[in-house]
Design a protein around this ligand. Structure first.
Ligand code: GLN
Length: 199
């Protein structure tokens, strides 16, 4: 079966590794370019995108990850990972760099101070069963998507209703929320299916 890496520079790496193991694939942490070479796909965890960006440059991973994404490696990013996959980042630090890949504009910490963290039901297109119990922690939202990007999840009610929080573009998947924190494996399964199809 495929080997799926989790970018292990900062963030909730362990939770993603656990979810992958529960999905029945080989899971590895990726901290060095050689480790990236050994994986078929990559998850970029939730955490802090400014830190992930800084460490990716320091560890010599930023360009190799961009190159693999450009070559079609499947990648999934949750929260900070979504920011790392965005072509354009608003409210980022000036020196922050993303890996890009998804033709979208995301806004960091978009939901505002009063609602730093919250939970909301989110239904994802192409994923059966009940709505996700989606956990948002200083999450971004997506403000613009290009024509090749499929919006697969939006906030359903409340002041942020209609905001885009899950997208897919080819082999790239991103969610503003953290399925790795809730034990609901449906997003990881969707990603693993996509990885298997890509092989
Ligand atoms: N606010 C963080 C960032 O900008 C993302 C938070 C998270 O991943 N839970 O990277």
């Amino acid at each position: 079966g495929p080997t799926v890496g989790v970018l292990a520079l900062q963030g909730d790496v362990r939770e993603h590794l656990r979810a992958l193991v529960e999905c029945g694939v080989n899971a590895r942490s990726v901290r060095r370019p050689e480790e990236l070479d050994a994986v078929d796909a990559l998850i970029i965890p939730g955490g802090e995108s400014t830190t992930i960006s800084k460490l990716a440059i320091e560890f010599g991973l930023a360009d190799p990850v961009r190159k693999r994404i450009g070559e079609g490696m499947p990648a999934y990013g949750s929260c900070a990972g979504m920011i790392m996959l965005a072509g354009e980042v608003l409210d980022g630090r000036p020196d922050q760099e993303s890996f890009a890949g998804i033709d979208m504009t995301v806004r960091r910490n978009a939901f505002g101070r009063q609602v730093d963290s919250f939970e909301a039901p989110v239904r994802l297109d192409g994923v059966g069963g009940p709505a996700f119990h989606a956990v948002f922690i200083r999450a971004p939202w997506v403000e613009r998507v290009g024509g090749d990007v499929q919006v697969i999840g939006t906030i359903e009610d409340g002041p942020a209703a209609g905001r885009i929080v899950a997208v897919r573009q080819g082999n790239l998947l991103a969610t503003a929320f953290h399925p790795e924190l809730t034990g609901d494996l449906r997003v990881h399964r969707l990603f693993v299916d996509l990885v298997r199809e890509a092989q």
